[in-house]
Design a protein around this ligand. Structure first.
Ligand code: IMP
Ligand code: MG
Length: 181
């Protein structure tokens, strides 16, 4: 129900900027002299990816993939499938999969399986946010912006029913019927 949720700031934009720069520096160091290929997981990662890539000092290219998500609500169905595939082959490339948030790990473990079959040279994961306490699959990101507690968050690309992606800070969203997540 629009307008009935409360929210409070969890991570301010200045902190996000600082961490994004630090992650980009780390990637730049790790892949010095090489070319990288960033794959953004639509739609949540698009803001993170666009800030991240501008701070990476390497020859870079971009592609996007879309998978089925939470839909309008907060809970994952556990079923993942590709809604929009990559435009081009990743064979032989240094791929960095860029995610907005690593939660249960269902999406990521599925994507890593799909992408590994396509024979990239290397395959790493950058996630802006990580909720380790929610993990159902044993997957980790190589680059993490922030580890956060088990709260539903929005802003900086993350949505609730497609809303709030444009907020510049990350907020905890409190829903009226909250208590399950
Ligand atoms: P996972 O498959 O459970 O790891 O979920 C990954 C996807 O769920 C993310 O890419 C988000 O789109 C969505 N998601 C998980 N937690 C949150 C949250 O706190 N706020 C908004 N979206 C979330
Ligand atoms: Mg979403």
């Amino acid at each position: 129900m629009p307008g009935t949720e409360g929210r409070e700031i969890l991570i301010r934009r200045a902190e996000i900027e600082k961490r994004v720069r630090a992650v980009a520096r780390q990637i730049t160091r790790d892949f010095r002299g090489e070319r990288i290929h960033l794959i953004g997981v639509l739609k949540g990662a698009c803001i993170f990816l666009s800030d991240l890539i501008r701070e990476i000092n390497l020859e870079s290219s971009i592609d996007f993939i879309a998978v089925s998500s939470y839909g309008r609500g907060k809970e994952s169905s556990g079923q993942v499938r590709v809604l929009k595939d990559l435009d081009s082959s990743i064979a032989g490339l240094n791929v960095i999969l860029v995610e907005d948030i690593l939660d249960t790990g269902l999406t990521l473990s599925y994507l890593l399986r799909v992408l590994r079959q396509r024979r990239p040279k290397t395959l790493r994961v950058a996630a802006l946010l990580d909720k380790p306490s929610r993990r159902l699959k044993p997957v980790e990101a190589n680059y993490v912006g922030f580890k956060i507690p088990n709260e539903f968050v929005v802003g900086y690309g993350l949505d609730y029913g497609e809303r709030y992606r444009n907020l510049k800070d990350v907020y905890v969203l409190h829903l009226p019927e909250d208590g399950t997540h």
